[in-house]
Design a binder for this molecule. Structure first.
Ligand SMILES: Nc1ncnc2c1ncn2[C@@H]1O[C@H](COP(=O)(O)OP(=O)(O)OP(=O)(O)O)[C@@H](O)[C@H]1O
Ligand SMILES: [Mg+2]
Length: 427
């Protein structure tokens, strides 16, 4: 009874506050999505080409929290036709949505693909029977897999990928040239998130390379792969198959432009006013502060806006609300730090002097900084500086310039920004 009341009160707003419309903890809903017009157009063209028999594949890369998953979330309903694309006729792809985990093996990946396809297209009985036949190799893996105790049968990955390519091409052909009474589809679009998680055993580069080539050999030309992940995915693809990168066009996701940052903030406030009885407004200078503080990092925009919304008590979000929400304990910076950077900054770096080196470098964001510049700014000894650069490089917290001696940079702008802002708060 008590719980029930709490729920009621929380949802009614008023008594315990308003429902906060900002989403710092997960991909943004398509309705509050901002910017990325160029990327969306490129992906739409990819869908159009794939629909018309010229399949294209994309690799979406970008730092943590830059908006890769949000972009995938935005593209999925466009691809399956739930929303009409502004520039093309309504697409009608079967959309397969997969997230790679750190322990995923090839068999699991294949089972996930099979399961998703059956879920999406297996509603009509005739098609279901067709799918059961076409994907029967997966049942065989299951038997072998569970039939042997402990030492699970390790199947030859080449054979598995060959089976997968065959089944996928058969399925795609059936969907694009259906039998009487069945719905015609544009093809199959794969959205594979968190690809950078791929363990070496998954050989993700080899998987994509061989699969796409085999699909071609089987005359299957309506399957598109969109893989998203942190920038190191490129390295992973390359190390598991040297030419696997060539099958993808890379879309590097960058910071949002100022007008797109404003849109995120305004759309959020608008959404808040739809769900809350009590209205909220935001001043121009509050928006400008959020935009500047965030430097265009979408997760920072969401978090600063969220905290400002929480902090505000008079119905108008002001510059003060933004600043208090950002810098107060428990505010935006704390939240951002503990989600993304704190473990790297505090646990992996035990020494204040090493952190001082990072602060000096952060002034330059993630641009290359020369060792002599750091030395000038650093109060410790040269030996300590050498040790710091060595340790930070080997932990991949900073990068060493391969083509220019004595230059280092932070891996991510977001991390640099956090160090800068965090340092500010410390003062
Ligand atoms: N285009 C956008 N418009 C508005 N908000 C966005 C946009 N893109 C991302 N965000 C917000 O930024 C945050 C991070 O987004 P998202 O989870 O998509 O990033 P990501 O790159 O997938 O992160 P990760 O590397 O952790 O997987 C979320 O709070 C999300 O709401
Ligand atoms: Mg993501």
């Amino acid at each position: 009874m008590v719980n029930h009341n709490c729920f009621y009160i929380a949802w009614n707003g008023g008594l315990v506050g308003k429902i906060n419309p900002f989403q710092p903890n997960g991909p943004v809903a398509p309705g509050m999505f901002s910017g990325r017009l160029k990327e969306i157009q490129i992906l739409e063209k990819g869908l159009f080409q794939t629909k018309n028999g010229n399949p294209l594949n994309f690799l979406i890369t970008g730092e943590r929290g830059i908006g890769k998953s949000s972009l995938l979330n935005y593209m999925r309903p466009l691809a399956d036709g739930s929303i009409k694309s502004p520039d093309f006729e309504r697409f009608d792809f079967i959309v397969i949505n997969i997230s790679i985990s750190e322990k995923m093996g090839l068999v699991t990946l294949i089972k996930l693909i099979e399961r998703n396809i059956k879920r999406k297209v297996g509603k009509v009985e005739k098609v279901r029977n067709f799918l059961d036949d076409t994907w029967s190799f997966v049942q065989r893996i299951k038997v072998m897999d569970s039939g042997v105790e402990k030492a699970a049968v390790v199947e030859d990955p080449d054979l598995l990928i060959d089976d997968l390519a065959y089944s996928l091409s058969q399925t795609c052909m059936r969907l694009t040239s259906p039998e009487k009474g069945e719905e015609k589809k544009d093809g199959i679009a794969f959205f594979i998130d968190e690809s950078d998680n791929s363990p070496p055993e998954l050989r993700i580069g080899y998987f994509f390379k061989v699969l796409t080539e085999m699909l071609q050999q089987h005359d299957c030309s309506n399957v598109m792969f969109v893989a998203a992940g942190l920038p190191e995915i490129s390295e992973k693809l390359y190390s598991s198959h040297e030419s696997s990168l060539r099958i993808f066009s890379e879309l590097k996701i960058k910071e949002l432009r100022p007008e797109d940052r404003y849109y995120v903030i305004e759309k959020g406030v608008e959404r808040g006013n739809e769900v809350n009885a009590e209205k909220t407004t935001i001043t121009k200078s509050a928006k400008s502060h959020i935009s500047t503080l965030s430097e265009g990092y979408p997760h920072f925009i969401q978090q600063f806006s969220y905290s400002a919304f929480e902090f505000n008590s008079d119905g108008e979000i002001s510059e003060d609300d933004v600043l208090s929400g950002a810098f107060n304990p428990g505010g935006a910076l704390d939240a951002i730090g503990s989600r993304y950077y704190a473990s790297r900054y505090h646990e992996q770096i035990k020494s204040d002097e090493y952190r001082a080196v990072l602060s000096i470098m952060a002034e330059n964001m993630n641009d290359w900084t020369t060792k002599s510049y750091i030395k000038d700014m650093f109060s410790g000894s040269e030996q300590t500086l050498n040790n710091a650069l060595q340790a930070l490089t080997s932990r991949r917290i900073i990068l060493r310039n391969q083509s220019k001696r004595g230059e280092y940079r932070l891996q991510q702008k977001g991390f640099a920004l956090w160090i800068k802002l965090f340092g500010e708060r410390g003062k």
